[in-house]
Design a binder for this molecule. Structure first.
Ligand SMILES: Cc1cc2nc3c(=O)[nH]c(=O)nc-3n(C[C@H](O)[C@H](O)[C@H](O)COP(=O)(O)OP(=O)(O)OC[C@H]3O[C@@H](n4cnc5c(N)ncnc54)[C@H](O)[C@@H]3O)c2cc1C
Length: 494
């Protein structure tokens, strides 16, 4: 068994499959090992890993209605993005999985996914004491201002709205992240049937002959006896397929790549959770205790009859000013913010290659805020207004010295939309570029058993297979994909 990508899903699959000593697993990972590296292991160091050697750091193409300056961080280290993210951990809501089933993903309902949730090896727990007092006052103010319940554990049962401290995949006593590698690989590194090749970059797949990889100056081909699993993530899995001649034929021909299979959905349906920011200067220094500097959040239903939230916010206990500073706003010594986020965005984009060179970064066109009805943009506008209601409410209000961005002068829909889109960023949730769907769905790249269209010995298991974006942060959904992929493969092996 050859798995490309030792990230969030790939680590789970390698761990589960190699539990059977009769199955030989080779895990190919582009980045270094995280073992013993406290820069990676300490959850609170996450922000210092972005745009470093641990990050592939992908730019995006010009966005006519969004922020063209933002960069998509993707981890280059064992454990993948679970080794450099914030580990906010949500079981997706029943309606999120119902959307997947409706999109053709038979077998992926909430009830069918619950057993995988229950067996996750990740240590998921609500943010531990001592908790940040700013975040505690934020939660209290959201409850008072908006009437949403305070949720003690967002994963205890499905919620329709609410505010509270997040659940996080970490070990509070040591501050170590419970990443895919820490939870699934570190305990099993001595398995003789598990080979982990780090610093090994796959750049071509021929399902008949093997995966071509670069290791330093060497190029080698690694062949699987049973099957290949692509778990390189929502950007690098479609990139690898396109480089291998598997994708929309016309695009491949234009790039001079031999077409192995015309699979028109590869790279299409590029999704993300865009979010904007309301930034405040703090009236006093913010106490440092924190799990990862964004410990609490808020889910709102603008439509009270809806069964899922349609607006989400992270609280940032730090001044996140990269986009506001670019727009000329002050950078406070002490500041914090709320981030209106579009949980189920309606805009979708596309990933393509710029050329046939495996070293060239792909073109990421998210088409942020381009949905026909303006739904995504209106969600941001409504969110900025709701954030001001929370900001005016005690005990949160007295933490605020002033609103820096968008600034109190901006009030109309047009002004808030223009600001919100210019300052928006990403919470790094790209997904959907090899989406799962029914056999007859031309744009589906994998079937509900995760098999690549036309290639019975290749599966894809990572965020690229999302049929739709879950309402919540997506990492747990990726862990669940890894767990289910392992079961599907094991069943076949038997
Ligand atoms: C900064 C940041 C913060 C985030 N915070 C959260 C959060 O708090 N909660 C949440 O739910 N989600 C969060 N996310 C998103 C979440 O982490 C991802 O959606 C999820 O981890 C993706 O998992 P994956 O298996 O699809 O890909 P990854 O985890 O990215 O795994 C892909 C792996 O493949 C390797 N790889 C890629 N290409 C190749 C190749 N060609 N050859 C060999 N190896 C290759 C990579 O090095 C990587 O290890 C965050 C993401 C980022 C970047």
């Amino acid at each position: 068994m050859v798995i490309v990508g030792g990230g969030t899903a790939g680590s789970v699959i390698a761990s589960r499959l190699s539990a059977d000593p009769a199955v030989r697993v080779c895990l190919i990972e582009g980045g270094p090992s995280d073992v013993g590296d406290q820069r990676v292991l300490q959850l609170r160091n996450w922000l210092n890993l972005l745009e470093t050697e641990f990050d592939y750091d992908y730019p995006i193409v010009e966005q006519p209605r969004g922020n063209s300056h933002l960069r998509h961080s993707r981890a280059r280290v064992l454990g993948g993005c679970s080794s450099h993210n914030t580990m906010i951990s949500f079981l997706p809501l029943p309606g999120d999985f119902a959307d997947w089933v409706a999109a053709g993903a038979t077998g992926w309902s909430y009830d069918e996914m619950l057993p995988y949730w229950k067996r996750l090896a990740v240590n998921i727990t609500p943010v531990a004491e001592p908790r940040n007092p700013l975040a505690a006052d934020f939660v209290a103010a959201c409850h008072t201002a908006l009437g949403v319940p305070i949720v003690e554990d967002f994963n205890a049962s499905p919620f329709v709205d609410g505010t509270g401290f997040f659940s996080v995949g970490y070990h509070p006593e040591t501050g170590v992240r419970s990443s895919a590698s820490v939870s699934y690989l570190h305990p099993h590194l001595d398995r003789p049937n598990l080979t982990i090749m780090t610093e090994t970059w796959a750049f071509h797949l021929d399902p008949a002959t093997g995966v071509t990889v670069r290791q330093g100056d060497e190029v080698n081909i690694i062949k699987a006896r049973h099957e290949y699993v692509l778990s390189a993530g929502a950007i690098d899995t479609p990139r690898l397929l396109l480089l291998s001649g598997i994708g929309p034929a016309a695009d491949l021909e234009r790039l001079g790549i031999d077409v192995r299979a015309d699979v028109p959905g590869v790279g299409e349906h590029l999704l993300d959770h865009p979010e904007s920011l309301i930034l405040w200067e703090a009236s006093r220094p913010i106490p440092p205790m924190s799990a990862m500097d964004s410990d609490a959040g808020l889910f709102v239903r603008r439509d009270p009859s809806a069964e899922r939230p349609d607006l989400m916010f992270h609280l940032y206990q730090i001044p996140f000013t990269v986009n506001t500073a670019r727009l000329g706003y002050d950078v406070p010594a002490h500041g914090f913010g709320m981030t209106p986020n579009v949980p189920r965005p309606r805009s979708a984009g596309r990933l393509t290659l710029a050329d046939a060179d495996p070293g060239t970064k792909p073109l990421l066109d998210f088409r942020y805020f381009t949905d026909a009805g303006g739904y995504d943009e209106q969600t941001i506008v409504d969110g900025l207004r709701l954030a001001r209601e929370v900001a005016a409410t005690e005990p949160f209000a007295s933490w605020i010295a002033r609103e820096i961005a968008p600034g109190p002068a901006l009030r109309t829909d047009e002004e808030l939309s223009a600001y919100g889109r210019a300052a928006h960023h990403t919470v790094f949730h790209p997904a959907g570029t090899c989406r799962m769907g029914a056999a007859g769905d031309e744009l589906a790249v994998v079937d509900p058993e995760l098999r690549l269209r036309g290639f019975p010995n290749v599966r894809i298991a990572d965020a690229s297979v999302f049929p739709t974006m879950p309402t919540v942060n997506p990492m747990v959904a990726v862990f669940l994909i890894g767990e289910r992929a392992a079961d599907l493969i094991s069943a076949d092996l038997k």
